[in-house]
Design a protein around this ligand. Structure first.
Ligand SMILES: [Zn+2]
Ligand SMILES: [Zn+2]
Length: 136
C-alpha cells in the first residue's frame, strides 16, 4: 500500500479497500464489480468514490483501463505489457503473458517505430464451453 502514497487522493479507509481489492486481482473487474465487492465492507460508499479512485490510479499509471469489453470498462492492476483472452460468452478476461513476434512491413507502419502491442484473443472459457455441451 506504501506505493499508493502519491496517487493524489486522500487515502480513506474506503479508498484503501478499493486498492486492496485491485492489488493482484487477475479478474479485470469493472467499476461496478469493485463497488459491489467493497460496499459489502463499506455500505455507505458511493460509486463516485470508486470512479474517482480509479481515475487517479489510471492517471498515475498504477492500473490500465481496458476497453475490450464493449459493455463496460475493465481495470487491470498488471501494468506490464501483456495480452488478453476474452470469453465471448461470459466476458471473463484472462491474462496472456507471452511475447508474439509480430512484424509489420515498413510500407504499413510508415515512419513509426513499434514499441509494443496488445492482442485481444477471443474464445470460450471452460465454464461456458461445458455448459454448452450439457445443453446439447
Ligand atoms: Zn465464459
Ligand atoms: Zn490483464
Amino acid at each position: 500500500m506504501q506505493k499508493f502514497k502519491n496517487i493524489g487522493l486522500k487515502l480513506t479507509p474506503q479508498r484503501l479497500a478499493i486498492l486492496g481489492f485491485l492489488e493482484g486481482n487477475p479478474d479485470h473487474p469493472s467499476a461496478e464489480d469493485i463497488y459491489k465487492a467493497v460496499s459489502v465492507q463499506f455500505p455507505t460508499m458511493s460509486l463516485a468514490t470508486v470512479y474517482n479512485t480509479l481515475d487517479a490510479l489510471r492517471e498515475k499509471g498504477y492500473i490500465i483501463e481496458l476497453t475490450i469489453d464493449p459493455a463496460k470498462k475493465r481495470f487491470d492492476p498488471f501494468t506490464k505489457m501483456h495480452h488478453h483472452l476474452i470469453c465471448t460468452s461470459c466476458k471473463r478476461v484472462k491474462d496472456i503473458h507471452a511475447d508474439f513476434m509480430l512484424d509489420i512491413p515498413e510500407q504499413v507502419r510508415g515512419d513509426f517505430r513499434i514499441t509494443g502491442n496488445h492482442i485481444e484473443f477471443y474464445g470460450v472459457c471452460p465454464v461456458c464451453g461445458n455448459g454448452h455441451e450439457r445443453r446439447i
